[in-house]
Design a binder for this molecule. Structure first.
Ligand SMILES: NC(=O)c1ccc[n+]([C@@H]2O[C@H](COP(=O)([O-])OP(=O)(O)OC[C@H]3O[C@@H](n4cnc5c(N)ncnc54)[C@H](OP(=O)(O)O)[C@@H]3O)[C@@H](O)[C@H]2O)c1
Length: 382
């Protein structure tokens, strides 16, 4: 039996991860952590009987205890509780919380030599070098859950690192792929939450609409695979069937294709290096018919450009970009700022926070906080 902890168990990825585990019989869920959806969490606790359960705050702790009066479990609270769930003895931690909140649990996981199944890309964007160093020091490992990186992880198994010419990350282009720029000024929250191919949590859905998500993924790929930025390209592929490709020096392009279903990459990150049979629908290329590819438009999607520039700048820039984006996306979801203001807030914050190389996680968290405060000021301006 392998022991697994799931952080963000009530979210889109967390729920699908538990579904995956329900058809794999060699895994024991030892820890679950969520925010405030205690009804869903209580159902999961009844079914999987974890030893530790994390919730966002005291109110959620009381509500969970009321729903499960006789349950033998430790309930841990807040960001400290999240770290306690990651630190609890397990073989695998699936980090599927949203945002920079995922940094400390990621460090706690790789720092004790466990496998980090990584959905929370923001932690790698904000603190990639520190997380990789902790992983190398402790002999931990990281297997990506993001479908593009799961694809690349598979493609890269067909060659040596020095044979890789470049990585090509595919992008659906989101709901506004073919919208002219002036129409994008009118985008509503409802429009932006309507992703053509994937059903995901709200934050990543907005990031897909601005294409910030692809920019974050470029930074994630740089850290995960140790490939320089000038060897990572983005290609728009509206069907989301080719999940990414590796191009080798001999001209071969190796791609991974599958239906747009996150259960596959989640399962891969759990069972790697083995593959398990899967019950979900398989890809039928004849019914897909045609696959299309086009260059990304950096003018209509400035978030993609900003993220790639921040990645190249390195140091604290990706952390600042990520924090400002989290604040701007929240503000857009609350209808405090229009869609096109998201990249403006991010760019303004990037210009104001001095860039330096972080020496510790405290440096990263300080820059994250500073960027958030500045972004809130820009949001308040409308
Ligand atoms: N969804 C996808 O298909 C997909 C694909 C690739 C990568 N990812 C990445 O995976 C991560 C998760 O995305 P998602 O779409 O699953 O997000 P989501 O549906 O919004 O779920 C977020 C999860 O985090 C929990 N949470 C919120 N506040 C928390 C707190 N203070 N402490 C602990 N947990 C807290 C939520 O709990 P409550 O709901 O109980 O409050 C929920 O379980 C993101 O980094 C995203 O970029 C997602």
């Amino acid at each position: 039996m392998k022991r697994i902890a799931i952080l963000g168990s009530t979210g889109t990825i967390g729920v699908q991860a538990l579904e995956v585990l329900s058809h794999l019989d060699t895994y024991e869920v030892v820890a679950l952590a969520a925010g405030r959806n205690v009804e869903r969490l209580a159902e999961q606790v009844r079914r999987y009987r974890p030893q530790v359960v994390g919730v966002a705050d005291e109110a959620a702790r009381r509500a969970l205890r009321e729903l499960l009066p006789g349950e033998r479990m430790d309930i841990v609270v807040g960001d400290e509780g999240l770290v306690a769930c990651a630190a609890y003895p397990s073989d695998i931690v699936l980090n599927a919380v949203v945002g920079a909140r995922g940094i400390l649990p990621a460090l706690a996981t790789v720092g004790r030599g466990a496998r980090l199944a990584l959905a929370n890309k923001e932690c790698l964007v904000a603190a990639g070098d520190l997380i990789l160093r902790a992983m190398r020091d402790a002999g931990g490992e990281m297997v990506p859950v993001d479908s593009e990186h799961c694809a690349l992880h598979q493609c890269l198994r067909s060659g040596q690192p020095e044979e890789v010419l470049r990585l090509v990350l595919t992008a659906s282009g989101g709901p506004f792929r073919s919208w002219p720029k002036d129409r994008m000024a009118e985008v509503t929250v409802r429009d932006a939450l309507r992703h053509p191919n994937w059903n995901m949590g709200q934050k990543i859905t907005i990031d897909s609409a601005t294409m910030m998500n692809k920019g974050l993924e470029v930074i994630e790929a740089h850290h995960l695979f140790g490939v320089p930025y000038d060897k990572i390209a983005v290609l728009v592929h509206p069907e989301s069937i080719v999940h990414s490709m590796a191009e080798f020096v001999d001209g071969s392009m190796v791609a991974q294709l599958a239906t747009a279903d996150m259960r596959l990459p989640i399962q891969y990150a759990i069972t790697y290096p083995e593959r398990s049979p899967a019950p979900w629908p398989r890809l039928n290329l004849a019914s897909v018919g045609a696959l299309h590819f086009e260059e990304p438009d950096f003018d209509r999607f400035p978030c993609l450009r900003l993220a790639m520039e921040a990645g190249r700048a390195g140091g604290l820039a990706p952390c600042v970009l990520n924090a400002a984006n989290e604040v701007a996306v929240e503000a857009f979801l609350r209808e405090q700022i229009p869609f096109l203001r998201i990249p403006e807030v991010v760019e303004a914050v990037l210009e104001r926070v001095p860039n330096e190389v972080p020496q510790s996680v405290e440096d990263v968290l300080r820059a994250d906080g500073q960027a958030r405060r500045l972004a809130e000021l820009y949001v308040a301006k409308g």
